[in-house]
Ligand binder design. Structure first.
Ligand SMILES: NC(=O)c1ccc[n+]([C@@H]2O[C@H](COP(=O)([O-])OP(=O)(O)OC[C@H]3O[C@@H](n4cnc5c(N)ncnc54)[C@H](OP(=O)(O)O)[C@@H]3O)[C@@H](O)[C@H]2O)c1
Length: 272
């Protein structure tokens, strides 16, 4: 299986390059048709993984002021990849996001069939648009949420939380990167297509994660809870807080650990 990863130098692309050790990782602009065609003609992949996209630095607020760049990378680029893959019979996997929902859908969580209902940030809107476009085609869309693991990576959810004094107190779905990578690899190997919610079963609040952090890693850590509507008062763009239903993935016989077990495993690794 010849794999090409776009966006391989990004946070998640770096992890995918480790999982697919022999993957080729061209440095091209996925929104430039000539560069995309040259890469596909030269490299002739069986599979492409699109981990390229604009996520904003230091955070998604950046996307509010850089709408063209965000739109081009998050929507136009993936459509171009879709078209060039379709012409050549190349299988495409794309990194989507669960941040296109808000709430817990009456306790059921949002399934892959539910239309997006969160449009509070431009970043989320671009992720919704491309999600709903790609679902019409035989493409795999891996929807993850607030990824975390047992490292000190700055983009790791736990690293971000430990630097805040006030922590969101709302149940959420989150994605443990080691489980996510293993599950994604299985879906890619079996050439699954369609939308998949790639979150650990169960829910947890960021506040609960920090309570576990305090217990396992640093008993001196102090923090206070806050509610999601208080956050939107201090950020430029809204942030999604949501629960996703992961039963479609489980129905494929692909397991991710229960969320609290995954958080505990990550925290033990962080403690070292
Ligand atoms: N991290 C999360 O919390 C999260 C959650 C859910 C979904 N996702 C999705 O996962 C994907 C990867 O996210 P990430 O966290 O790994 O982001 P990241 O660290 O910002 O990496 C994205 C990579 O894409 C590259 N890129 C941007 N526009 C490009 C273009 N037009 N052509 C080629 N490369 C381009 C960037 O390169 P340069 O910076 O060098 O330009 C960067 O290396 C995104 O689609 C994101 O929406 C992320």
């Amino acid at each position: 299986m010849k794999v090409v990863i776009f966006g391989a130098r990004g946070y998640l692309g770096t992890y995918f390059s480790k999982v697919f050790e022999n993957a080729l990782t061209p440095r091209i602009d996925i929104s430039d048709v000539d560069q995309v065609i040259s890469a596909m003609e030269e490299l002739r992949p069986d599979v492409i993984i699109n981990a390229a996209g604009r996520t904003g630095r230091p955070n998604v607020d950046w996307c509010e002021d850089h709408k063209e760049e965000t739109l081009i990378s998050n929507v136009a680029g993936p459509i171009l990849l879709l078209n060039e893959c379709a012409k050549r019979g190349i299988y495409m996997a794309h990194l989507g996001s669960g941040c296109i929902y808000s709430g817990d859908n009456g306790g059921k969580g949002f399934s892959e069939e539910d239309p997006p209902n969160f449009s509070g940030s431009f970043y989320s809107r671009t992720k919704s648009w491309i999600d709903q476009i790609l679902k019409e085609f035989p493409v795999l869309v891996l929807r993850l949420r607030m990824p975390f693991d047992g490292t000190n990576e700055e983009r790791n959810l736990i690293t971000k939380l430990k630097n805040y004094n006030q922590i969101l107190d709302a149940q959420n779905s989150i994605t443990y990167i080691p489980d996510f990578l293993e599950a994604s690899k299985k879906l890619i190997e079996k050439r699954a297509t369609g939308l998949y919610n790639m979150v650990n079963p169960g829910t947890i609040s960021p506040y609960e994660i920090m309570e576990m952090y305090k217990e396992i890693v640093d008993p001196s850590k102090e923090f206070k809870p806050f509610k999601i509507d208080e956050l939107t008062e201090v950020t430029k763009a809204g942030r999604s807080s949501c629960v996703l239903d992961s039963s479609k993935l489980q129905g494929e016989g692909i397991k991710m650990k229960p969320v609290k077990e995954a958080v505990e495993e990550a925290l033990i690794a962080i403690k070292g």
